[in-house]
Design a protein around this ligand. Structure first.
Ligand code: SAM
Length: 404
């Protein structure tokens, strides 16, 4: 497969036209936002009966009663919780969220008290000790990411900064409180906690390969739970989950695929060729595979473009928007205050049509590789007939008929 192993497709990116300093360019103008399937809970217009997040049927009377109870509940809580933002109260969707400032104050204080500040956290034994375990496990099995293993002595390896996380997740990806969020390579977990606290989304999960970073994330989560339980009766605490391991592992991969917004801090090509053994698929390719399996309407935010998603065949399925980050978006650019490009991909379709034989193809297809499925960027019918000798694409019409 051409696009799989870190190759780049030749998609032309339009020049900057937008007056807004944020949006740099837009690859493919979309006439309208992605169609939201009726009743799909992922889009927030779901009726309780169609959503797996609500009861299967709720009578009007019961709902009205519930409404009143929820509103009263919210009013009580507002008085109790000074300075905490309360989101609109609607049945089954009561949310308490914190401002960015409140989260930032809590995290900075937490790191100061328990790790002797951000510099102390960098020297934490959790990182060095935890990562020795990882090295023993992954180097022998060859399953780990080469780059992650090399850089595992750093706790805040490229950590995304507070304001950038808001810019990427709120402004670009427009994560809503009824949606799910996942951070691929969650490091010490600060992005996952920030998103849970400030957006109050249905779930906020992170997966991290380096055991030491994961341990710090778990310690921060414990303190986070205590902080939010005091303010929120534990609602937010239940929504955060950290997984230790490789995001390519089947069980974790499936969890991440269920997210509405994926955040992938792959800055400095850390998920590219430099991170994997020669001849194997890059981590960016796996992120692209993940994106292909997500539902229509989901978004993926990355620092490096996912070139595998930009194969011309996939044009009807993904829309890319380019942004310019705030100065110093990660710990790597904190000193230089450099601005970095980042991207937001929205999945807008599940299938693409071959321009030559008009066969309809899916984005993924089963493969014999250990990953079980691959990106499907070559046409199922034309692939075996590159010169187009077969005039009547009988298989195509058969396939097209059976899919109707
Ligand atoms: C630049 S850091 C980002 C940390 C955090 N997401 C943030 O933005 O602050 C990238 C993280 O990805 C992790 N990583 C690398 N390969 C991974 C893999 N295959 N599965 C899970 N995590 C991985 C690294 O260990 C590293 O902590």
């Amino acid at each position: 497969m051409s696009a799989g192993k870190g190759s780049s497709s030749k998609r032309i990116v339009s020049k900057t036209k937008s007056p807004s300093p944020l949006v740099v360019s837009k690859v493919k103008p979309s006439p309208s936002p992605p169609k939201r399937p009726k009743g799909d809970a992922a889009f927030g217009n779901a009726s309780p009966s169609s959503s797996n997040r609500g009861p299967s049927s709720v009578s009007k009377r019961h709902r009205a009663g519930q409404d009143r109870a929820e509103k009263a509940d919210c009013a009580d809580q507002e008085q109790e919780e000074d300075g905490q933002d309360e989101e609109e109260c609607s049945p089954g969707r009561r949310r308490s969220v914190f401002t960015l400032k409140q989260f930032q104050l809590w995290l900075d204080k937490e790191v100061e008290e328990n790790f002797n500040g951000w510099n102390g956290l960098e020297r934490s034994k959790k990182v060095t000790d935890g990562n020795k375990k990882l090295e023993a496990k992954h180097v022998s099995s060859q399953a780990g990411s080469k780059m992650a293993l090399k850089t595992m002595t750093k706790a805040q390896y490229g950590r995304a900064k507070y304001t950038f996380v808001q810019q990427a997740v709120v402004t670009a990806a427009k994560l809503q409180s009824h949606e799910k969020f996942a951070d691929i390579g969650s490091g010490i977990g600060t992005v996952v906690l920030q998103v849970a606290a400030t957006i109050g989304c249905v779930s906020s999960i992170g997966v991290e390969l380096c055991a030491g970073r994961h341990e710090i994330a778990m310690q921060l989560k414990e303190s986070f739970n205590q902080w939010v339980v005091a303010k929120d009766r534990g609602e937010l605490a239940d929504r955060v989950e950290f997984f230790s391991g490789d995001f390519r592992e089947h069980a974790i991969f499936s969890k991440c695929r269920d997210a509405d917004v994926l955040f992938v801090n792959n800055a400095e090509s850390i998920f590219g060729m430099r991170s994997v053994a020669e001849g194997s698929y890059t981590l960016d390719w796996h992120v692209a595979r993940l994106a292909c399996g997500m539902r229509v309407g989901s978004r993926v935010v990355t620092f490096e473009a996912l070139t595998d998603l930009e194969h011309p065949h996939f044009a009807p399925c993904f829309e890319r928007r380019d942004y310019l980050s705030e100065p110093g978006a990660t710990s790597w650019t904190e000193v230089s205050q450099k601005q970095t490009k980042f991207f937001c991909y929205t999945k807008v379709g599940e299938q693409w049509t071959c321009s030559r034989c008009t066969c309809v193809n899916t984005l993924l297809r089963p493969s014999r590789s250990q990953w079980g499925e691959s990106l499907h960027d070559t046409c199922e019918i034309c692939e075996g007939d590159p010169a187009g000798h077969r005039k009547a694409y009988s298989i195509r019409s058969r396939l097209n008929k059976s899919s109707q």
